[in-house]
Design a protein around this ligand. Sequence first.
Ligand code: SAM
Length: 272
Amino acid sequence: MDHASPPAAVKRLGQNFLVDPNIVRKIVTAAALGPDDSVLEIGPGRGILTAALCRSAGHVTAVEIDPRLHSYVSQEQAHSPNLTLVLDDALRYPIENLSQGTVVVANLPYYISTPILFRLLDHHHRFSRMVLMLQDEVANRLIANPATPDYGMLSVMAQYAADITKVFKVSPNCFRPRPEVSSAVVRLQPKTQRTLTPQEEPGFASLVKAAFAHRRKTLVNSLKDEGYQQDTVLQALRHLARSLTTRAEALSVADFLELARLIPLPYRDPRP
Ligand code: SAM
């Protein structure tokens, strides 16, 4: 059968295709796949990683938004019985339909890597591990410690949900076209023991979001601006023996967990 030539890259969709087989091998090794594993790949592109995943895992579901690439990979991988190719937006694809313990492996489209990360973190209980290629700068935010410039909402939410390691850095030369930034592969191991109940998690997420909403302000003022009761916030900081002028970036994940227990969500008028 004749093979069509691969579709040209579209910058708007974050299409920087991996061309270095060594990096593909290292990603698959980091995912430690076996025949019992089901994989979710986001953005198969021209299929370089997809083909390697299909050789190592029991099943691969690959979600691609670009119909040209979806049809190209359908043809190229026609002989892969363990591949389900889906034409969809990864931000809308129903993750809850995937089997429990699915492994996520992806070279993410960088223009939406943060919203995709938040979506995956929201569903972290479904995944046994995630091996993701990201901008190096986003990888550094994921693993950042309090009181460092990279520390923020993404660091707190990710470190609450998972143990994270930066596995290796990847040069722009490993892609075509070359991206403007360096990349890194990270491994997220979702925590099995949750500190919060499912009912408490949305309150925690809202508090962390509100705390980092005004980075230059103190925690008390930032939360006040987001509708939280100032007295309760002051009381909670005293309880934690923290300065009343503390900023969000000085607080650890454990501090935020404690604060979420002590500070109720602001009242929101349910009327439209
Ligand atoms: N996995 C391939 C590789 O390593 O060469 C391609 C990676 S490329 C960085 C990102 C891929 O994600 C592209 O194929 C792009 O079309 C796709 N993509 C972009 N936005 C998407 C979205 N919202 N949902 C699913 N796929 C998306």
